[in-house]
Design a protein around this ligand. Structure first.
Ligand SMILES: [Zn+2]
Length: 202
């Protein structure tokens, strides 16, 4: 949900306690103050305590909220999970697995990996399977619109992942799916999750 976040080219604002010589972007969360993007990442985003392990229990369920949430693992085929965005095989598999579980609309969390060990939540979104009934009437036609692009221009999570100093990358073994009963509820879950876990939009 882009409207909750504002990532903008630097506009000359002077920030307290900022030691960055060259500021390229400013960042603002809904309701928050505008900050130097690099300060936000280093002092807030990267220092959050939540990891994949800390928000998921032994059964793969989301600990603190939404007990129906499940970790979706990419078709048990980690060797090929990077093809998710390149071809539709895995996203179709994902779509069909959700349909088999009776899921139509859902919110989700995508994760990132720091180095080769720590996995943390990165962004939240909302999507639905093919045929899910729309809030405005009719049915959803396409596959779930979940992407793992790395294009820095595609928003805060991609800009974050493209910063080579941080040694971060998409973690594509799991995605956390939070089933909702309607498209509207999925949107509400998405907003709640973004707020509670300080995540980027998708
Ligand atoms: Zn700064």
């Amino acid at each position: 949900m882009g409207m909750l976040h504002y990532l903008k080219p630097y506009d000359g604002t002077v920030f307290d306690n900022c030691e960055h010589k060259e500021i390229k972007y400013t960042y603002k969360r809904g309701g928050g103050e505008k900050k130097c993007w690099s300060c936000y990442i280093e002092k807030e985003f990267m220092t959050k305590k939540e990891t994949l392990c800390s928000i998921i229990d032994d059964d793969g369920c989301f600990k603190r909220m939404y007990i129906n949430a499940v970790l979706y693992d990419f078709c048990d085929d980690p060797a090929d999970y990077y093809t998710w965005g390149g071809r539709t095989r895995y996203v179709r598999c994902f779509n069909n697995a959700l349909i088999a579980k009776g899921v139509e609309w859902f919110a989700y969390i995508k994760f990132y990996e720091v180095g080769d060990s720590v996995v943390k939540p990165l962004s939240a979104g909302k999507s639905g399977v093919i045929g899910a009934p729309r809030q405005t009437g009719g049915k959803k036609k396409g596959l779930p619109d979940i992407y793992f692009s790395k294009e820095p221009g595609h928003g805060p999570s991609r800009l974050f992942l493209s910063d080579t100093k941080l040694n971060v990358k998409w973690y594509m073994k799991y995605i956390l799916v939070v089933p909702a009963s309607t498209e509207k509820e999925a949107l509400e879950f998405e907003a709640d999750i973004m707020k509670n876990y300080l995540l980027f939009g998708s």
